[in-house]
Design a protein around this ligand. Structure first.
Ligand SMILES: [Zn+2]
Ligand SMILES: [Zn+2]
Length: 297
């Protein structure tokens, strides 16, 4: 049988395979649940026939692409517009022809990246369709990228000509990385944080985990690494692959991490009103301190 694309209906992970694949590397991993009734791999045409695409501008020239009804982990694809080349970070579960036409109308994609495998969605489609100059993934997660081709594996950090930088934070996934856009003051944090929101998208609480489904906490060293990288960045908005979180500052993010570093390991969903009172230990603004910079790898 010829190679074609199959998506795991439990998590949405795409594989390029010559038959329905034997299993899904995302679902068999500790950080995900197995499908309760066995594997169900859908060929591309089947996924295409089920999903409707939509997009919305969330402000600051950022467009969020998503599909419905829910499919797999059901992530969002973020498109950051720039006159010298758009950057796409994370991807929707699938891109319907109108979604692809909209991206084309907005100028296509020059730079493509994702935090870790739970954000990949149909990244392969964006690469096939728009042939970006760069597809950047941290080297520790290369093993998860078989459905597309990484052109720029990186170590600790890399920067795009359009001003955004990727920083390796590990933790949740070995190669997990965050994308920081200093001009927009936005942090695309992958699954370093989970933001609980109500049905109107209001932020209710924030947490951090090694594994979300099983509530496995991170270790103190993993939390420290998150804090050292994320606490040195300046932002007022945090986007996960699943949530758009305006109003989240570095001090609030650091407060979640430091809560995890105190006492026995545990996962706590800290209410936003507690986090809004968060201050750095010296009472100053954590986000403004000594930003450690790496050069492009
Ligand atoms: Zn899966
Ligand atoms: Zn994840």
């Amino acid at each position: 049988m010829p190679l074609s694309y199959y998506s795991c209906s439990n998590c949405g992970h795409w594989q390029h395979y010559f038959a329905p694949p034997p299993d899904c590397p995302v679902c068999t991993d500790t950080r995900n649940d197995l499908p309760p009734d066995g594997w169900d791999f859908r060929p591309e045409a089947d996924v295409a026939s089920r999903l409707q695409g939509s997009w919305r501008t969330v402000g600051r020239d950022v467009v969020a692409f998503s599909t419905s009804p829910r499919f797999g982990l059901n992530g969002t694809g973020w498109l950051l517009l720039h006159p010298e080349g758009n950057l796409a970070f994370e991807a929707a579960p699938y891109y319907t022809p109108p979604m692809l036409a909209e991206i084309r109308r907005l100028g296509g994609i020059r730079y493509l990246s994702s935090s870790h495998v739970h954000g990949y969605g149909a990244l392969w489609q964006l690469q096939n369709e728009f042939q970006p100059d760069v597809l950047a993934i941290q080297r520790e997660d290369l093993r998860m990228t078989k459905a597309f081709r990484v052109t720029w594996p990186f170590d600790e950090a890399m920067s795009f000509p359009t001003g955004q930088s990727l920083y390796h934070v590990g933790g949740h996934y070995e190669g997990q990385s965050v994308l920081h856009d200093p001009a927009r003051r936005m942090l695309f944090c992958g699954d370093a944080f989970k933001i609980d929101q109500d049905e109107h998208g209001e932020n209710l609480a924030m947490s951090t985990h090694k594994a979300f489904h099983k509530d496995i906490p991170l270790t103190p060293a993993e939390l420290r690494r998150y804090r050292d990288v994320i606490g040195a960045l300046d932002f007022d908005t945090v986007c996960t692959p699943f949530e758009y979180g305006p109003g989240i500052t570095p001090a609030m993010a650091v407060a979640v991490l430091e809560d995890g570093m105190r006492g026995p390991p545990g996962v706590r969903h800290i209410p936003m009103h507690e986090l809004r009172q968060a201050r750095s230990p010296d009472g100053g603004n954590i986000g403004g301190q000594n930003i450690k910079r790496w050069s492009a790898a």
